[in-house]
Design a protein around this ligand. Structure first.
Ligand code: ADP
Ligand code: MG
Length: 365
């Protein structure tokens, strides 16, 4: 069993926060894992995470700590999930994409381009008895509908569960990527498609969840089965409360749907962490598309990391507090990452019995 890795990241104060509220910071660092948050009422809350990234932290450090081990595992056919959580403007997309997906300055690169580098680095250093195939899908969940960002004509993808594949998006475009440049080109056009949809639907990316899904398939010369690791990166919609933005009409409906899927996520986390030992309680994965897509990441065979992005400003202390509480609960989730065998390569009259779904390998983490 492996615990979900949970980190907090505080961005620098924004110029708006400085202008409107001064330089009032609500956090005091104790060490690289622990800090105290003081809310507007001067009440103090201490949090401990696997790592805390303060305002001077480098994008590379976040990648190294949070994502690198998961990327390595994905190259060894172990599923992984990396999620960014927090209120709008807290730094989720900055952490995920960087200043722009195509900005290759070392300082600015976010998790996504680094994951691509990491994947291809692993694959290029593998011995030549293994053939790797990397595929990418990109989807957005908005108002409980899943839109294919690599083909905008597919605007209502359905979630299915297969014996071999586990949870998957039926009919989602999967592009094969053979190198970094190709990967970045597809990511960038998917991200641009997100913006096109936004203007058509009058939607801001802060109101939808975005999932980047990489699958790494490995065929070994003398092995009759294929191994497959799925790596999902999720940039969640803003977690702020609906009332705060004074929303009305459609915007209020959007906010409620987001709150519904994020509370469904919270409920799944509660159900996973509140169960009494030895008893299997009902986990409400089916309450939202988001929790269904993340089913493996939360309760299944995935190695999972959560980055709670927060503003350090006292004016945002209550939103930061709720994001951090979410992270603190997620820290108790345990998953069972293991090597996935996906399908039989040669089927010569069943010389060997067919593998069962996600058959365990000798390496149980
Ligand atoms: P979110 O996706 O959570 O809504 P963004 O990632 O878009 O928020 O961040 C909001 C703004 O803050 C952007 O202008 C971004 O460049 C900046 N920002 C966020 N995190 C950092 C950081 N760690 N360092 C510097 N700037 C940051
Ligand atoms: Mg964003």
């Amino acid at each position: 069993m492996s615990n979900v890795t949970v980190c907090a990241r505080f961005r620098p104060l924004s110029s708006k926060e400085k202008r409107d509220h001064g330089e009032n910071i609500c956090i005091r660092s104790l060490d690289s894992e622990t800090f105290v948050l003081k809310d507007e009422k001067e009440e103090e809350f201490t949090f401990s995470f696997d790592r805390v990234f303060y305002e001077g932290s480098e994008q590379a450090d976040v990648y190294k700590f949070l994502a690198f081990p998961i990327v390595q595992d994905a190259c060894n056919a172990i599923n992984g999930t990396i999620i960014t959580y927090g209120q709008t403007g807290a730094g989720k997309t900055y952490s995920m994409e960087g200043t722009s997906i195509l900005d290759c300055h070392e300082q600015n690169k976010g998790l996504l381009p680094r994951v691509v580098d990491g994947l291809f680095h692993c694959l290029e250093s593998a011995d030549n008895t293994t053939k790797y195939t990397v595929n990418l899908s990109m989807v957005e969940i908005y108002m409980e509908k899943i839109r294919d960002l690599l083909d905008l004509s597919k605007d209502n993808l359905q979630i299915k569960e297969g014996k071999v594949k586990g949870i998957f998006l039926s009919g989602a475009t999967e592009v094969s990527i053979s190198d970094r440049t190709e990967a970045l080109r597809h990511l960038s056009s998917g991200i641009a498609n997100r913006a096109v949809g936004e203007t058509q639907m009058n939607m801001a990316s802060s109101r939808s969840h975005c999932a980047y899904i990489f699958t790494v398939q490995q065929e070994e010369k003398n092995e009759r089965r294929v191994k497959m690791g799925k790596l999902i990166l999720v940039d969640l919609a803003g977690s702020e409360k609906a009332e705060r933005s004074g929303a009305e009409g459609r915007v209020l409906e959007e906010a409620k749907t987001i709150n519904k899927s994020l509370s469904a996520l919270g409920n799944v986390i509660n159900a996973l962490t509140n169960g009494s030992p030895g008893k299997t309680n009902h986990i409400p994965y089916r309450d939202s598309k988001l929790t269904r897509i993340l089913q493996d990441a939360l309760g299944g065979n995935s190695r999972t990391a959560l980055l709670c992005c927060c503003s350090p400003s006292t004016s945002n202390a209550s939103e930061s507090l709720s994001s951090l509480r979410f992270g603190a609960r997620a820290k108790h989730i345990k998953t069972s990452p293991r090597v996935n065998f996906s399908e039989t390569k040669i089927d010569k009259k069943n010389l060997v019995p067919s593998p069962t779904k996600n058959e365990s390998y000798e390496r149980i983490l």
